[in-house]
Design a protein around this ligand. Sequence first.
Ligand SMILES: Cc1cc2nc3c(=O)[nH]c(=O)nc-3n(C[C@H](O)[C@H](O)[C@H](O)COP(=O)(O)O)c2cc1C
Length: 483
Amino acid sequence: MSCGVSPDSPLLPLPVNHGTVRSHPGPVPAVGRSHPPIGATAPPCVIGREAGHYGDRVDEAGAGRRRQNEVYRAGVYGRSPRVPVGIRRLQERAKRALDARAYAYVAGGAGDEVTQRANRAAFDRWAVVPRVLRDASVRDTSVELFGRRLPAPLLLGPVGALELVHPEADLAVARAAAATGVPMVFSNQGSRSMEECAAAMDGSPRWFQLYWSTSDELVESLVHRAEKAGCDALVVTLDTTMLGWRPRDLDLGHLPFALGKGIAQYTSDPVFRRLVEERAAAAGPRDAQPRPTPAAVRALVTMARAWPGSFRENLRSPLPRAAVETFLAIYSRPSISWDDLAWLRSRTKLPILLKGVLHPDDARRALDEGMDGVVVSTHGGRQVDRSIAALDALPDVVAAIGDRAPVLLDSGIRSGADVFTAVALGARAVLLGRPFAWGLALAGEAGVRQVIEDVVGEFDLTLGLTGHTAVDQLGPEILRRVG
Ligand SMILES: Cc1cc2nc3c(=O)[nH]c(=O)nc-3n(C[C@H](O)[C@H](O)[C@H](O)COP(=O)(O)O)c2cc1C
């Protein structure tokens, strides 16, 4: 094999495209005599396009081989990927690039981080038994979710306060999501407003994640904004009615929101802004303040940047500080109950998914109350230490409602092989979390895009190398429990 490519690689050499090229949309040919025919339509898959434009020709090497080709071809010219492909080096490099508080915020979890480790260990207890000689030359990684065909069973999960990681924050993520066709779930704690992100995404899919604040009027306003911003679904996060006990952040005395970071969905909201103005107007004469420290001055500057309008005027205005105080006062509502969901159900036609569901009874109740799906999640082990790992909770939730509604999963997804395992255990799709934040830290939009392409590329190869050609062929019978 030429070009310094490892001899076990059956692909290459250049060029990428060997053989048939088909245009979208169109049927994916059925392959493999022993397999059921693949779903009738080809994916609107941006990953997998030659030039990365909607409607372009698709190269049948598939996302995995294409990504390998790209990397190995660049290697011939002495270039290596901008961000490490493997999760360990990716996280190590991000750690070096970030300041201590930003790294702690993203990497940290609740308590002793037992759940965070359990989320990973749960994957190690499952092994796939590959099958051979099944003609996996043409693969379809796409799945359908709420009427949209997605390039892969993958979304970018809601991750708040991304300005800690990169100045372009959510906007860079939105561009990377749009470039790949993978949906982005806008965080309620975003550093850029959903409208700004949506404007950068053309028609590509996006969802909105909602935290229930103490103001129902604000909740309603956020939901209507999400509808207007073209979101396909709402994700109501239920595991964070209070912030979990997070020693890494506590040791540093660091909460981004208290500095005005990660509150852009609020400062861009008309209801929230009215609440801020009311709060500022109601404030009496200020109590004597302690002598300002340099950190306090820096905090005020950050708050002034977070409030819309002129930075200089904001420095003198009471509103930026009132915005932070208002946020801290209304986030969030631990009293939320099933009755509130009925209220939300009556106010939007968007599909609603509940995030943070771990018990099958809660999953059943969610559907009985008119919800459209659940996300099995431990919030990345950031909320309840020693809670069940998300992947361990998945099979029971799938058994309870999998035939009625989509079950999604996050917490611990680090690679395409992890996506494969979660899907085989019944997840319709998974949400990626920390890995794309590390990519963002290292290379902004390009870093996020690379992480997405790497995960989808590995998923595609795992599909083919285990003898499968389509996502709906995956089920628990292809796995063995090994731990
Ligand atoms: C830094 C950070 C911020 C997060 N912010 C939010 C958020 O605003 N809303 C939300 O529902 N989940 C949030 N999450 C949880 C993620 O959506 C997801 O559940 C979690 O990252 C999955 O765990 P993993 O990243 O370890 O795979 C956040 C996670 C991290 C790491």
